[in-house]
Design a protein around this ligand. Sequence first.
Ligand SMILES: Cc1cc2nc3c(=O)[nH]c(=O)nc-3n(C[C@H](O)[C@H](O)[C@H](O)COP(=O)(O)O)c2cc1C
Length: 216
Amino acid sequence: MTQDGAGGSRLMQVLHVIGSPKGEASASTRMAEAFLDQYCLENPHDSVTTLDVWSADLPEYDGELAAAKLAPLIGEPLTPTQIAAWDRVLAIVETFASHSKIVISTPMWNFALPYRLKHYIDLLVQPGVTFGLDDAFEHIGLLDDRPVQLILTRSSAFTDESPDDFQLSYLTHILGFIGLHDVKSLVFEGTTLPDDQREEFLTRACEQCRLAAAGF
Ligand SMILES: Cc1cc2nc3c(=O)[nH]c(=O)nc-3n(C[C@H](O)[C@H](O)[C@H](O)COP(=O)(O)O)c2cc1C
């Protein structure tokens, strides 16, 4: 959602989704904060909201919610419990969709994502809400496209488009699936370093993030 500012410029609401549970010790969160600090300097009237998936109240994806997701596809009515669970899902999607730009910062965990970020994504990806079928029964994303910046960290180094990298490839795929194709990524590898090298590495990475903020 955007609104016109006094000078006719569009004010942006940025959502920062935090995927690391490490708080101030997190490399990916620190890099994203450098990116957003610079973004706010350059766009002082835009707003940034933070969604930490580790402290957010995310409904369990239990049997009721799984049934609620699929019931409309087979013409089944929802039970009152499923309606309540579904309402919570819709509120989560609405918060996400109401932001005009998205930043997702996350470490790689076991070649993919921390489970709490996957949980959040599982809540966002819903038939008839964020994806649907076109006349040819092909999947289409239902969200309006908007800029997404990924800020990703991992200990290991991967070659470009390595089949072992399920972090960048999954995020790019699932965001495209719900309609978000304007996705840029900053990927930082080799993040597990002794203390004396870590600070210098993080300082350089944060500088790269600040530079990238100009194009967001
Ligand atoms: C549970 C867990 C699993 C991890 N799995 C991988 C992995 O598969 N590949 C990799 O390169 N690094 C892996 N790492 C290392 C993190 O991706 C790396 O330390 C990252 O920079 C941490 O970012 P953060 O400080 O923002 O949490 C793992 C770390 C943890 C805690």
